[in-house]
Ligand binder design. Sequence first.
Ligand code: SF4
Ligand code: SF4
Length: 217
Amino acid sequence: MQLDSDFCYHCLRCSRCCHDQAIQVNPYEILRLARHLGLSTSQFIERHTTNAGLFLRFTSEGACGFLTPQGCGVHPARPLVCRLYPLGREIDLQEGEGFVLLERHPQCPALVGGAGRLGEYLDEQGAGPFLAAADLYLELVLEMHEALRRHAPLGAGGETLAGLGRSAVQAVNPWLDVDAVLGDAVLEADPWRAMQRHLVAIRKWTRQMEGEESNAH
Ligand code: SF4
Ligand code: SF4
């Protein structure tokens, strides 16, 4: 599906789909959540994520750590996947962006159908900056991967985009903590500005890493 495809969906906020998920977050999503909660990204990662900032923490009963009896406790700052659900976004480097309908929770009572466009749905969900941030980090991850491949070839072909992303994200993992990277005495309040500075810092690190590698050879 594309932005101009017919799509109309009314979530009834029953929270069933806030269970048994693995919600991966990028540095922008961490920033949004952290600032919403009045935390630094370091504090947020320690308290609310697993895998050193890659995934939101869920309870042992399988509920998202932000789920409250009233629903999502971080609704204004919720991550992109929560805004897109029940859609998934696919990026093809040649074809561009597309959206697919995911399998919904078997007891999801949402109302589906009626007049509407997918783009309007995404606007209602406030997905714009999250989609833009995801693209910026994907671009960065691809650059990181290229830099890694120049210095540690992965072998002949066969890598998927997801696989490329994973390997580069693992390399970037220590850099997910934006506030630790920026080192500000006073936290940058604007998540978008903090993200842009973060992207600059990681690119600088990548260039330095490449410089050190070529000096060593
Ligand atoms: S299960 Fe369906 S209705 Fe319930 S919160 Fe999720 S999308 Fe909304
Ligand atoms: S962040 Fe909110 S919407 Fe997303 S899974 Fe957690 S409780 Fe549900």
